[in-house]
Design a protein around this ligand. Structure first.
Ligand code: IMP
Ligand code: MG
Length: 176
């Protein structure tokens, strides 16, 4: 099978959308400091671009987590491979994700982090694939809604590849 990537959002479109999100976030957090939490690895390009464009003070921390187990089972657990370095007490937390698909990972991350006494807690995702939702989860800022297709690029991977594409595309498998 040959892998073909069909571009859906160009680097220019992504940058424009990130600038809009950053403007909205800067307005919403006026007078505050945003504590940005990067969910590794997929959101890394989005996270840094967004952070550079936010005009209120920003602090940042990083975590790596993935959910596993039967996704139809709400008790499926979250594997935290790298936890945050700092506590969240009294911080205005903005979790930054690459894509919300089933919603299972984010809802578990949310449940875990919301027990850490943040002053406020919001979520920002680059992509949202609502057709695949299994767990309802509130998302405050969305870059783009995408169809039920496999997305790669701008941080998103297939078997760890394609993360470095400067655009976002749909991955198609073609018979050779
Ligand atoms: P969820 O728990 O199903 O919402 O899964 C979210 C995670 O699955 C994301 O953070 C991605 O790492 C991965 N994922 C889901 N859909 C895609 C996709 O279309 N392309 C690449 N990774 C994806
Ligand atoms: Mg991810």
């Amino acid at each position: 099978m040959k892998e073909v990537v069909h571009e859906l959002f160009s680097e220019e479109q992504i940058n424009k959308r990130i600038a809009e999100l950053a403007e909205q976030i800067s307005r919403d957090y006026s007078g505050k400091t945003v504590h940005m939490v990067c969910i590794l690895r997929g959101s890394v390009f989005f996270f840094t671009e967004l952070a550079k464009k936010i005009t209120v003070p920003v602090t940042m921390d990083f975590m790596a987590a993935s959910s596993y187990g039967d996704s139809t089972e709400s008790s499926g657990s979250l594997e935290v491979r790298k936890d945050l370095d700092d506590p969240l007490d009294n911080l205005d937390v903005l979790v930054v994700e690459d894509i919300i698909d089933s919603g299972n990972t984010l809802s578990k991350i949310k449940k875990m982090l919301m027990g850490r006494h943040a002053a406020s807690f919001k979520v920002c995702t680059l992509l949202d694939k609502p057709a695949r939702r299994e767990t309802e989860v509130e998302v405050d800022y969305v870059g783009f809604q995408v169809p039920d297709k496999f997305m790669v690029g701008y941080g998103l991977d297939y078997a760890q590849r394609y993360r470095n594409l400067p655009y976002i595309g749909e991955l198609e498998f073609v018979k050779e």
